[in-house]
Design a protein around this ligand. Sequence first.
Ligand SMILES: [Zn+2]
Length: 519
Amino acid sequence: MRRLAPGILAVGLLVAACQGTEPRAGNEAPVAAPGTVTTSTIPREVTTRALDPRPGAAGIGDPLYPGLGNGGYDVVEYRIDLDVEPEMGTVRARTEVEAVALHDLSSFNLDLVGMEVRRVEVEVDGVRSPAAWRRAGRELVVEPDEAIAAGSTFVADVTYEGIPAPVPERAVPFAPGWRKVGDTIYVFDQPDGAAGWFPANDHPRDRAAVRLTVTVPDDVVVVSAGERTRRKVGAGRVEYRWVVEEPLAPYLLPLGIGPFEERSEPPAGSIPVTTWFDPDILEGLLDPFRRQGEIVQFFAERFGPYPFDRVGALVVEDDGLRAALETQEVSTYTSGSLAWGEAVVAHELAHQWFGDHVTVARWDDIWLNEGFATFSQWLWLEHDVGRDAYDRQVDRAYRVMSGLDRAESAGVSAGEAARQARRAFPPPDHPRADQLFTPSVYQRGGLTLVALRDLVGDEAVFDVLGEWVRRFGGGSATTEDFIALVEERLGTEAAELVRAFVDDPQIPPMPSRGLAPPG
Ligand SMILES: [Zn+2]
């Protein structure tokens, strides 16, 4: 994600994660051996074993946001079906959440904020029945008829309706989620706004495939990720289907509903590139999107192959939120973010590797997304404009992060400037819960990789970043994973440098650039 923070350069954004450790459908040993009779007339425990059911946890275990996500199951696929009246903003919806139980479940939670729930059914082993449910804050607690055995695949089928709304969240200075602006609806869900429009395990650690069906008036366009089909479904209505095969974190599912036009851009090799945009946006502001394919190819040469089948941009008219978000395959940009030009486009495209393909296991690892994307946008600047532009950008970021800029302004001593900078820009690893996207996460996070590059050179730094994507792509990772990889590939000195940049209260010096904190 990318936002503007006061007093600093542009700031960037978001992330996702997946579980490398939790079982997934298809490789999970069934509880009942093949051939065992398990029908609705024979209780499961008779044919297999006595269950020891307990409720799934109300949170997935994120240290920064303990309430986010849920425990006890791993989602395989969301099948989201929305019937939308864009003018009124009303939605009639049904979402099937297909998941695998990780322990015997007496009940489980889904995240859902707002909306009126009408009905919940649970299907286990092909047997479907109505389930008891209750709302508790952001949680939808579902109690199936019978306990669900560990390893079973089950489907929670939730019918609901209402006018979705943004979800208040302390992590960011705006309410993430479903946004209706004029004749446009779109979502900006980081970190946990997805729960405002579909029941989810709304945490980056649990990624899942998505089948999204949206029915709208036939003069309205729906944009999302994956393979698209469109068909008429009656008088004046059309149905869009989007199939996302590559599992994603709920907050990374793009959605735009509005009067969008579609433009094909020069491809990234064989990968098609599409921009969807509000026709009210000045055409000149869309110029940077022409270069998406070129930017993707530039990053692919350094980080390894582009991880998805498509590249795209959804550009919405919204002056109330100056931000962009790296929604998978099709990043989302508000009109306010276009002032950042190619920098924001490069930033969001880099996130497809760092944030979308490799996701964070915990939200406080967010610098792994934002620092990497910031470094990447500087690399693109260097490639496109020149080494001097890169060096100037690095120098400016260091001066802000260290307090050098304050020391040079009248009336602030070197020691006081350094002290103020330490307070304003704490180390990027483990940011505060109410300041997830602090400028340090972006700028000092990006400087971490600049310092590593200065120490070991291009070949070694891109070797590590490529290995990072190969090893953790499709899964989630932590700061400790990155430092361990740096140590393995580049040695102790490099690992200690990274740790100092992300953890020390004071930003370390960058001697080869003649930069050190004031005082
Ligand atoms: Zn970002």
